[in-house]
Design a protein around this ligand. Structure first.
Ligand SMILES: Nc1ncnc2c1ncn2[C@@H]1O[C@H](COP(=O)(O)OP(=O)(O)OP(=O)(O)O)[C@@H](O)[C@H]1O
Ligand SMILES: [Mg+2]
Length: 321
């Protein structure tokens, strides 16, 4: 049984209407941010979600931890439908900007202790402090960090604190939304290695959202590629990088300077910037796809691939018999 199971998850946002729209009684327009996403997260894995800005990664992540409702489909967590915010602390999220998610007027120790107290009310003050020290050590911060305020820490230390805060709830799943995008390369590497060791040593299940294909390749066991609200490819990471299937995935990988791909895979993205409002019955990538032809205008299901995984392209998928 998967630990987290997205089933046909939908999210539409009503687009603000102008007074003129209302007077003319134009009907409400919706931006369809997440379109019928089916995705499972297995216990103990690191699942990457990649795709360009606006494709719906954060929206999907927020729905997955119960921070935002979906308006269609459901999320099953550990066998039970998630309805509303998770109150057990077992689903935790870490964001790109740790500064804005920490309280500037409280010491790190007080903030962490608050989380421990919230989720484990049976502990004494002394037991809570022991727990805070243990969690600080787990993210490789010295005990004295507890006495500091957020402004006294570096960006990397602050991100460690926000991971520590998530760990204080003793989570089963950590959803990290671009957790290293705002950090220097060397600090990024440390945080990535911290996430990897939390996964390998504690068995923490991680959903890792990123734009950075190199980081995803290094960290993730499996990768979901999103394009305009849909998953277009879902593969084991090694397979995805060795032989990307969907033309959009190929373009994403070809655009990375450090990833060595064969010349045959180099098909740069052409055509227009994606329009989230476009109504396309078929493949949503078709307007930019070098391989597109008339048949791409009909709906594209995810196809099971020969070597495992799924891709939403009838032209490139070598389908499992
Ligand atoms: N609260 C909201 N109200 C209206 N539209 C929204 C809202 N949140 C997100 N959207 C829209 O939904 C789409 C998906 O947004 P989302 O933030 O999930 O994308 P993302 O993949 O996380 O992008 P990025 O890489 O820039 O973080 C975008 O077009 C965005 O403008
Ligand atoms: Mg985002």
């Amino acid at each position: 049984m998967p630990l987290l199971d997205f089933q046909k998850v939908e999210r539409r946002f009503p687009v603000k209407r102008s007074l003129a729209d209302m007077l003319a009684r134009r009907r409400q327009v919706y931006l369809h941010a997440v379109r019928g996403v089916d995705l499972t997260v297995q216990r103990g894995e690191i699942l990457g979600i990649v795709g360009e800005s606006g494709c719906g990664k954060s929206t999907l992540a927020r729905i997955g931890v119960g921070l935002q409702p979906s308006n269609g489909g459901q999320v099953i967590f550990d066998g039970k439908a998630l309805d509303g915010p998770d109150r057990t602390g077992r689903l935790q999220m870490v964001f790109q900007d740790p500064y804005s998610s920490l309280n500037p007027r409280m010491t790190i120790g007080a903030q962490l202790e608050e989380v421990v107290a919230h989720y484990r009310s049976g502990l004494s003050r002394a037991e809570r402090q022991v727990e805070v020290e243990r969690v600080l050590a787990e993210v490789s911060l010295v005990t004295e960090t507890a006495l500091k305020f957020p402004h006294a820490l570096s960006g990397g230390q602050r991100q460690r604190v926000s991971i520590a805060r998530a760990l204080c709830a003793d989570p089963q799943v950590l959803v990290a939304d671009e957790p290293v995008s705002a950090l220097d390369a060397s600090v990024q590497a440390q945080i990535i290695n911290l996430l990897k060791s939390l996964n390998r040593e504690k068995g923490l299940t991680i959903v890792f959202i990123s734009h950075d294909m190199n980081v995803v390749r290094y960290l993730c066991d499996r990768v979901a590629v999103m394009y305009l609200g849909e998953i277009v490819e879902l593969r084991d990471s090694a397979d995805l990088f060795a032989a990307p299937c969907h033309p959009y995935t190929r373009a994403l990988i070809a655009a990375v300077p450090d990833v060595r791909t064969s010349q045959a895979l180099r098909e740069p993205i052409t055509g227009e910037i994606p329009d989230p409002f476009a109504v396309l019955p078929g493949c949503r990538f078709a307007p930019r796809c070098p391989l597109a032809e008339a048949a791409c205008q009909s709906p594209q299901p995810m196809q099971p691939l020969e070597g495992g995984g799924l891709a939403r392209c009838w032209k490139t998928a070598r389908v499992r018999a």
